[in-house]
Write a protein that binds this ligand. Structure first.
Ligand code: FES
Ligand code: FES
Length: 230
């Protein structure tokens, strides 16, 4: 990249006359100096050769720089992990970089947890791990050996909805529904933690879950209904 930068920068510098050196034709080489290329010749050569190197690298690929071809590169490191999801034991081998969210959605066929921001900012991916709510997009799957995970798919008992799921319906606490599974999982955690003393407290402890449809008032009512039977 340095070669490219040099090749593109120097000609423009010369064009706007910022060089303080006299024209090459007026400068004689010092007595006894080696008869190598002048600065201008060197730059011109570098520009051409540099272009050739860059072009060559594009054609020849990483091997120009001594790297292995892609097909000979090492496979990403993977690990075996056993965990229980919604009461069912799973043992899987995953890339060490796999998030719990991707494990659920891509490997275990559980798409109820949503990928909103994939960066811990929206709460759409909220699940319970050993009873605590977590952003599954920020949780590495390989760190969950032996963990108990509960997702939205694991809340209902057969045809009987979890009380908070029913409360969301009763209170009409959603519009598009994209945030709803995360809201409900977070609400379950909030209730289990006992942070339901007031609407303000519920709002505070549910503040990590964003609803772009603005259903906050009804979401708080649904949590209250479940926590206090209101
Ligand atoms: S998708 Fe995990 S916090 Fe947004
Ligand atoms: S219901 Fe649409 S984002 Fe919450």
């Amino acid at each position: 990249m340095t070669v490219v930068g040099t090749a593109t920068r120097l000609p423009s510098t010369e064009r706007v006359g910022m060089s303080t050196e006299p024209p090459e034709s007026t400068v004689s080489p010092p007595e006894g100096s080696p008869s190598g290329p002048s600065r201008r010749t060197f730059v011109a050569t570098t520009t051409v050769v540099g272009g050739a190197v860059v072009a060559g690298s594009l054609v020849a690929g990483p091997s120009v720089f001594g790297a292995e071809p892609a097909d000979a590169a090492e496979a990403p490191p993977g690990s075996r992990v056993s965990l229980t999801v919604n009461g069912k034991r799973h043992t899987v081998t995953v890339d060490n970089r796999t998030s719990l969210l991707d494990l659920l959605r891509e490997h275990l066929g559980l798409p109820g947890s949503k990928k909103g921001c994939n960066a811990g900012a929206c709460g759409a991916c909220t699940v319970l791990v050993d009873g605590r709510r977590v952003n599954s997009c920020l949780t590495l799957a390989v760190r969950l050996e032996g963990a108990e995970v509960t997702t939205i798919e694991g809340l209902a008992k057969g045809e009987r909805l979890h009380p908070l799921q029913q409360a969301f319906i009763d209170q009409d606490a959603f519009q598009c529904g994209f945030c709803t599974s995360g809201q409900i999982m977070s609400g379950v955690g909030c209730i289990d933690e006992g942070h339901t003393g007031s609407p303000e407290e519920i709002r505070e402890f549910m503040s990590g879950n964003i609803c772009r449809c603005g259903c906050y008032v009804k979401i708080v009512r649904a949590v209250e209904q479940t926590a206090h039977g209101k």
